[in-house]
Design a protein around this ligand. Structure first.
Ligand code: MIG
Length: 744
């Protein structure tokens, strides 16, 4: 049955081809199929007479050394690479993607195919009986997205739940897997778009669509989900290695209202010996919410504040919102207007909207000129020694306009193309983060920047980490954060995390204990809470919870060498930091359904306690390894559920057999002392290996060889040490071996 709204692309009328591209003139549009590499094929289709400029914010790599492809034209047309065969039929045009051995991975739905519905473009695709979907960026709901449908339109929804599809971030990248067939589709269209992943009557097709623009997607084939994700990040880029301190614990609140309050929080951490590296200034540090200013009464001497904090081992991160107070006596506004940096209405007058500062103007971050200008405004903050920047409200949120954002007719430069808000909306936050990132790189070229953003589009991993916006202090939101961050991690954004303890509402002592235990194993580890809620620092919930938080935050610091290894992998080839079980154990069928546990790196299995009152929980141990209980050191076979004891002070945590965890003695902040001893905690298996990646932790010298990688192998009670690279002079003089946590 054809889709009633859909005008199909129709039959092929003409075919042209080069080595790696085939172009079709069809009854109702043009289609271009290009092999970018052996396993990446791009499909573009337009209902216009010809294609528009080839432009994408998401795509980082535009030059592909000519993929070796063979084109055959006949009754059908085939475009074949070493790994993929694309077969296109003529009447009507339908595209099928098969692996080299002929297995069909995915195809246009035979009845519907691709086409148009007014300005809308859509692709209907076959859905296999056992197909599962992952990725899709920052989404609520279960890990496997099969049977779900949701839109992509960046939305500030502070009361979102499982049922809200559109939240802060849009990453229209789909990962599909079933036994023996893996592929990904990146649907690169920045208009509002929509995925229906089999939420249809026949359950035999799914569809992807966008409100307007070309149908433009990339098909990634691979032998595994790993290949698919790596293919996607080859196209859209990878994260840089953040400064080492960014892996530490971070404390935030809306807001610490004065420098004194910030210092008091800092002193509490040190007095109580709770490790912490980063404190935040939320919006109240500013003068009337004017970005790039400080409140002269409450933060009179920011340089001194930052210096004092640094002496105590803290970095300070300041928030920057996109709304610039519409106040002609204020330099950012004045200069921005003079130079024409802000968005205008179609009639040429300034577009204004209300956010924290009252009436605001908004920079057009889709202009290179504006990004450069905005980046430079971070100069004073950088010179003061601020550790990094937090970008908020960049969906953009605008309170006094329908839909909580800008009207659709606002013109944006879109790097020379002049489009409206409809097309620019989903890349507003992305380009704000990019402006900030590029500014920070220019202003402090020797330091790795640290940025966190709320809104984003595909490819944002090149510029910023993502925190998942406003959640609640609730068990539901705590549970939701696991699949949400796992799917973000599969969507290129390995560095991510939620507000630990929950943002809205009052956190309870039990929830804070449980969430801090789990948060210690998320890539981004920050406790944050909203104005008017109960204070949420670890010591606000009595001595028992304080001790639990101290213990787990300390454990994270002890494990920092392991974490740093895993971050390095993410920067190197986009391997997620936080991994679904199937990333490591694709043959364990049950693992695909587990979304209340995760792996941190290759070796640690984390099973957070997600229910109030629980004192134990069932933990699925993936088949394919044996598992040691981190606390009792008891060994279990994989491929079974075990019941783990979970009194309030215990997070069920398991170590994969054959792992060596590189650790250190506890520290209170990352730069507290030079680490000259590494503890190697051995969990024996058939083959037992571990690594230690080292560099200076703050500069980009690692990119030009200043890093070292050491491999450890444990066999027959002996440790073998092998230097794989040694461009960085490590201070480590001693390796202390533990076996199952015990001194040898
Ligand atoms: O309208 O800056 O998600 O983390 O504390 C609320 C105040 C604006 C929303 C962010 C939140 C932050 C808050 N901001």
């Amino acid at each position: 049955m054809a889709d009633p709204g859909l005008i199909g692309i129709g039959n092929v009328q003409e075919v042209h081809h080069t080595d790696n591209t085939v172009e079709f003139q069809c009854e109702r549009g043009r289609v271009r199929v290009t092999a970018l590499s052996d396993s990446i094929v791009r499909v573009r289709a337009t209902q216009a007479a010809d294609f528009g400029p080839d432009f994408s914010y998401a795509v980082a790599r535009t030059s592909w050394p000519k993929a070796k492809a063979t084109v055959r034209t006949g009754r059908e047309i085939t475009l074949a690479t070493k790994k993929l065969t694309v077969t296109i039929t003529r009447e009507p045009l339908r595209i099928e993607f098969a692996a080299a051995d002929g297995r069909v991975l995915n195809a246009d739905d035979p009845a519907r195919g691709m086409g148009w519905d007014g300005a809308r473009c859509r692709t209907h695709r076959t859905l296999a009986r056992d197909e599962m979907f992952f990725g899709c960026g920052e989404k609520t709901g279960q890990l496997n997205k099969r049977g779900q449908s949701f839109g992509f339109w960046n939305t500030d929804n502070p009361s979102h739940t499982y049922l809200n599809g559109e939240i802060y971030v849009s990453i229209p990248f789909l990962v599909s897997t079933r036994p023996g067939a893996h592929y990904g589709i990146f649907f690169d269209n920045t208009h509002r778009s929509f995925f229906n992943l089999g939420h249809v009557e026949d359950e035999k097709h799914y569809f992807l669509e966008a409100d307007a623009g070309e149908l433009d997607y990339y098909f990634f084939a691979g032998d595994s989900i790993k290949d698919v994700v790596r293919g996607y990040t080859e196209l859209t880029g990878r994260m840089w290695l953040p400064p080492r301190w960014a892996l530490g614990y971070q404390q935030c609140r809306w807001s610490y209202m004065s420098a004194d309050e910030v210092l008091e929080v800092a002193r509490n951490f040190r007095d109580r010996k709770i490790p912490c590296d980063v404190l935040y200034c939320d919006i109240d540090y500013m003068d009337g919410y004017r970005v790039f200013t400080w409140n002269p009464q409450t933060f009179p001497k920011p340089r001194e504040l930052i210096k004092t904090l640094r002496k105590m081992g803290f970095r300070l991160v300041t928030i920057i919102d996109p709304g610039v107070k519409n106040d002609d006596g204020y330099a950012v506004c004045q200069e921005g207007k003079e130079k024409g940096m802000f968005l205008k209405k179609p009639d040429g007058s300034w577009f204004t909207g209300n956010v924290w500062p009252g009436e605001c103007v908004f920079p057009d971050f889709t202009s290179a000129r504006v990004r450069q200008w905005w980046g430079q405004w971070h100069k004073d903050l950088m010179e003061l020694g601020v550790g990094g920047i937090w970008n908020d409200m960049n969906e953009p949120a605008v309170w006094n306009h329908p839909g909580g954002t800008m009207p659709n007719d606002i013109p944006f430069e879109y790097d020379g193309q002049w489009v409206t808000h409809k097309r620019a909306h989903n890349v507003f936050g992305f380009n704000m983060a990019r402006a900030c990132h590029e500014g920070l790189r220019a202003l402090r070229p020797k330091q790795r920047p640290f940025l966190i953003t709320r809104s984003a589009y595909a490819g944002v991993q090149r510029y910023s980490l993502i925190w998942t916006g406003d959640n609640h202090s609730s068990w539901e939101q705590f549970a939701l954060s696991i699949p949400e961050c796992l799917n973000l991690s599969l969507s290129g954004v390995a560095f991510c995390g939620p507000d630990v303890g929950g943002y809205s509402w009052n956190c309870t002592s039990e929830l804070l204990a449980r969430w801090t235990q789990a948060g210690a194993f998320f890539p981004f580890f920050r406790n944050h809470t909203a104005l008017g809620t109960r204070r949420q620092e670890p010591w606000q919930f009595g001595p028992e919870v304080e001790e639990i938080c101290r213990r787990y935050i300390s454990l994270r610091y002890q494990l920092l060498p392991y974490f740093y290894n895993v971050f390095r992998e993410a920067a190197h080839d986009a391997t997620p930091i936080m991994r679904p079980l199937f990333w490591e154990f694709p043959d364990d069928a049950h693992g695909y359904a587990v979304d209340d546990q995760f792996l941190l790196g290759p070796s640690l299995l984390v099973a957070p306690v997600l229910k109030p009152g629980a004192t134990q929980r069932a933990v699925w141990l993936p088949a394919g390894a044996e598992w040691y209980d981190y606390w009792t050191k008891e060994k279990h076979a994989g491929g079974q559920y075990v019941t783990a004891a979970a009194p309030l002070d215990t997070l069920p945590l398991f170590v994969r057999s054959g792992s060596i965890l590189p650790m250190t003695e506890p520290v209170e902040f990352t730069s507290q002392k030079i680490i000259d001893e590494i503890i190697l905690d051995v969990y024996p298996g058939k083959k037992t290996v571990g690594w230690l990646y080292e560099d200076d932790g703050e500069s980009f010298d690692y990119e030009t060889g200043a890093h070292s990688l050491t491999q450890f192998t444990w066999a027959d009670g002996d440790l073998e040490i092998e230097k794989k690279s040694s461009g960085y002079r490590s201070p480590v003089k001693n390796h202390r071996v533990l076996v199952l946590g015990r001194e040898q």
